[in-house]
Design a protein around this ligand. Structure first.
Ligand SMILES: Cc1ncc(COP(=O)(O)O)c(C=O)c1O
Length: 423
C-alpha cells in the first residue's frame, strides 16, 4: 500500500505530505521526522501473536506429519505438549490438561456447555470476548439463573459483588480492552461453584492463582506465539467432579463430550484427542516450549511481558497525547496493551473520525514496514493495541515508539490542518 492510499483512510482526507498545504497555502510539514530504525520484528498483533525470536520453519522438520495421531510417536508428542505446558505453568498435580478442538473458543464453550446449569452463574463482561460468553449463557444456553455483571472498555465490573455461591465465567485478561483482573481475592477458597477462566491472553504471561480457578483455557496462538488450531483445557478436581456429577439437559456435540458413562474420558487428558489434531501445529508449540525452556521457563516468560509493559509505560507516562485505556493501573494488561489518544484535538473528533484517524495512523507505520496490526479492536473505542506477550522483544517495543510519535504527528497534521482550513 502506498502512502497516498494510507492517507485516504484519514478523516478528513488530505493529499500526501509532499503536496500538503495549510490554510495559507504554506506547506504543512510533519513536526516529527520519520525514524531511521525499524523494529527487527514488526509484528505486534494480539493474535495470532508473533513467533518467538529465532523461529523459522526449520523448527517443524521433525513434525509427525502423515502419521496417525493415535500412533505411539505422534501421541507422545501430544502428551509432551500437555506435560510440558502443565509444568511450565505450575498447574497443580491433581489437575487434568487436555488438547481440544476450536482454539480457545472451543475450550471455553466446551466447558460452558458441559458444566453450566447446575447452579446459578455470574458472567463477568468487560470487553468483546467476555460479551460473547455472556451471549452464550443467556441467548444460546438460555440459562435461567444467569447474571451478567458488565463494565465498559477500560473498567472492570465490581468483582467484590460476585455471589460466592455462583459459578463464575470470566476472562483473566480482556484482550480487547487491555484490562485484567488485578488479583483473585474476590473468589473464595471454599466456594461451592466452579470458576471458568478464559486465560488465553494471560497464560504464560501472568501469575495465576490456580487455587481460585477450576477451568482454565488458552490457545497456542497467544503468549507462546504458536498456531491457533487447538485449545487447551485445564480442569481442577472440582471441575472433574462437576462433569461426573452433572448431566446437562441439552444436546452436546461429540466435540464437547468429556465424559463416557458418567466418568471423565481420561484419554483426552493424555493426548488421545477427541478428533484429529494438526501435528504441524503440535510441532510448532513444542518448538515454542523449547524456546521458553531455553530462556528460563514460565518465570522468564512472565518477566518478558512485564518488561514490555514497563517499556511502553515509560513512554506513555511522559507523553501527553496518549494514555492507557485501563483506568486503574493495577488492571493494566501486560500482553494486550490498549492505549487511548487523549490529545484535545483528537477528542473533538466524532467517534467514526477517531476510528479513521487511528486506522490511518497504523497504516502509516504499516506502509513503512515498521509495525503491523496494532490498531485497537474493532468493537473497542478508537485507540491502539500493542501486543507485549513473551515472544515480543522489549527492544522492538522501544523501536516502535518513535514510529508512533511520527505517525501521530503526521496524521495530526493531515487531519487537523484541513479541519482548520475548513473552519
Ligand atoms: C479473551 C479471549 N477469549 C477468546 C478468544 C478467542 O480465541 P481463539 O480465536 O483462539 O478461539 C480471544 C482471541 O483473541 C480472546 O482474546
Amino acid at each position: 500500500m502506498t502512502t497516498h492510499d494510507v492517507r485516504s483512510f484519514a478523516a478528513p482526507l488530505r493529499a500526501p505530505t509532499d503536496t500538503l498545504s495549510g490554510a495559507n497555502n504554506a506547506p504543512v510539514a510533519p513536526s516529527t521526522p520519520m525514524p531511521a530504525a525499524k523494529p527487527s520484528d514488526p509484528n505486534f498483533s494480539s493474535g495470532p501473536c508473533t513467533k518467538f525470536p529465532g523461529w523459522s520453519v526449520d523448527h517443524l522438520v521433525n513434525a509427525a506429519i502423515g502419521r496417525s495421531h493415535r500412533a505411539k510417536e505422534p501421541k507422545a508428542k501430544l502428551k509432551a505438549v500437555i506435560d510440558r505446558s502443565k509444568a511450565m505453568l505450575g498447574l497443580p498435580e491433581d489437575w487434568l490438561l487436555g488438547i481440544v478442538p476450536g482454539s480457545d473458543t472451543g475450550a471455553v464453550e466446551m466447558a460452558m456447555w458441559s458444566m453450566l446449569g447446575a447452579r446459578p452463574v455470574t458472567i463477568l463482561e468487560w470487553e468483546s470476548f467476555s460479551k460473547d460468553w455472556a451471549t452464550d449463557a443467556i441467548k444460546q444456553l438460555k440459562l435461567q439463573d444467569a447474571q451478567v455483571k458488565k463494565a465498559g472498555y477500560g473498567d472492570l465490573p465490581d468483582l467484590a459483588s460476585v455471589d460466592p455461591a455462583h459459578d463464575i465465567v470470566f476472562p483473566f485478561n480482556g484482550t480487547t480492552s487491555g484490562v485484567r483482573v488485578p488479583h483473585m481475592d474476590w473468589v473464595s477458597d471454599d466456594r461451592e461453584g466452579i470458576v471458568i477462566c478464559d486465560a488465553t491472553s494471560a497464560a504464560f504471561a501472568m501469575d495465576m492463582d490456580f487455587r481460585k480457578l477450576d477451568v482454565v483455557t488458552w490457545s497456542w496462538q497467544k503468549v507462546l506465539g504458536s498456531e491457533a488450531a487447538h485449545g487447551m483445557l485445564a480442569l481442577s478436581p472440582r471441575a472433574v467432579a462437576r462433569l461426573e456429577g452433572f448431566e446437562p439437559d441439552r444436546a452436546l456435540p461429540k466435540l464437547f463430550r468429556m465424559t463416557k458413562a458418567g466418568k471423565i474420558n481420561a484419554g483426552i487428558f493424555e493426548g488421545a484427542t477427541i478428533n484429529t489434531p494438526s501435528m504441524l501445529a503440535v510441532e510448532d508449540v513444542l518448538a515454542a516450549l523449547d524456546w521458553a525452556d531455553s530462556i528460563g521457563g514460565g518465570a522468564a516468560l512472565i518477566a518478558r511481558a512485564d518488561a514490555n509493559f514497563a517499556a511502553l509505560d515509560t513512554w506513555v507516562q511522559k507523553t501527553a497525547w496518549i494514555d492507557w485505556l485501563a483506568a486503574d493501573p493495577a488492571t493494566r494488561s501486560t500482553t494486550s496493551m490498549c492505549l487511548k489518544i487523549v490529545d484535545p484535538a483528537f477528542r473533538q473528533l466524532q467517534a467514526d473520525e477517531q476510528a479513521a484517524f487511528c486506522k490511518a495512523l497504523v497504516k502509516l507505520v504499516e506502509s513503512e514496514g515498521a509495525g503491523f496490526d496494532f490498531n485497537g479492536y474493532r468493537d473497542a473505542p478508537a485507540g491502539l493495541r500493542i501486543w507485549g506477550g513473551a515472544t515480543v522483544e522489549t527492544s522492538n517495543i522501544q523501536a516502535l515508539i518513535p514510529w508512533l510519535e511520527w505517525a501521530f504527528a503526521t496524521q495530526s497534521s493531515l487531519t487537523f490542518s484541513l479541519k482548520d482550513t475548513a473552519a
